[in-house]
Ligand binder design. Sequence first.
Ligand SMILES: Cc1cc2nc3c(=O)[nH]c(=O)nc-3n(C[C@H](O)[C@H](O)[C@H](O)COP(=O)(O)O)c2cc1C
Length: 209
Amino acid sequence: MAHLLHIDSSPRGDRSVSRSLTQDFVGEWTSKHPDSTVSYRDLGHNPVPFVTEPQIAAAFSDPSTHTPEQAEAIRLSNDLVDEFLAANCYVLGVPMYNFGVPAAFKAYIDQIVRVGRTFAIDEQGYKGLVHGKKLLAIVSQGGDYSEDSPAQSYNMQEPYLKLIFGFIGITDVTIVAANNMMGSEDTRSQSVADAKAAMQDVIAQWSAS
Ligand SMILES: Cc1cc2nc3c(=O)[nH]c(=O)nc-3n(C[C@H](O)[C@H](O)[C@H](O)COP(=O)(O)O)c2cc1C
């Protein structure tokens, strides 16, 4: 049975393209798979904090040695990792900000990419610990970064998402882009329609596996 973790990271509400698309995806998915369960985290409206020095000390030491301050500092990160690992499918809404991801999304990544929890280090190097999961990132972009477009090399957002989730072991990563959101109305509607069609393909693929 699928347990979906739905995350939004746009600070915008009704005007957010990424929010509207993740909501469509989750609505469609749950209507096709009513036995699925969904958890929701809204980073755009309820951001998680940046990491702190006591938290870093706690993340890289044995929990049995933690001071009360360190134990408290790592608590939220532990809860976020537990929530992340409890899911087997992820649907993320991620706007492009300054060619990368919004700070609120990056702050979340800093909380869940944790040694011994989501990745390990051994003599061979780094190893992802999160296996057998599927991830869909729905990205919204003002410009056009599609393959062979002049701005393609400015796109630090999509390669980053693939890299960071691959780093923790998630290799089944699909990115659906609603691009050109600062273009004409026609261009925008075409892009949203293309993104919705691509989301349908993801639903079909996930349903078949
Ligand atoms: C602070 C900020 C930075 C942005 N930086 C970029 C950018 O580097 N490239 C781009 O194509 N669009 C950029 N945009 C436009 C957003 O990616 C676009 O409006 C997108 O639809 C936002 O997602 P949302 O609709 O879910 O809020 C930026 C928007 C804001 C508010």
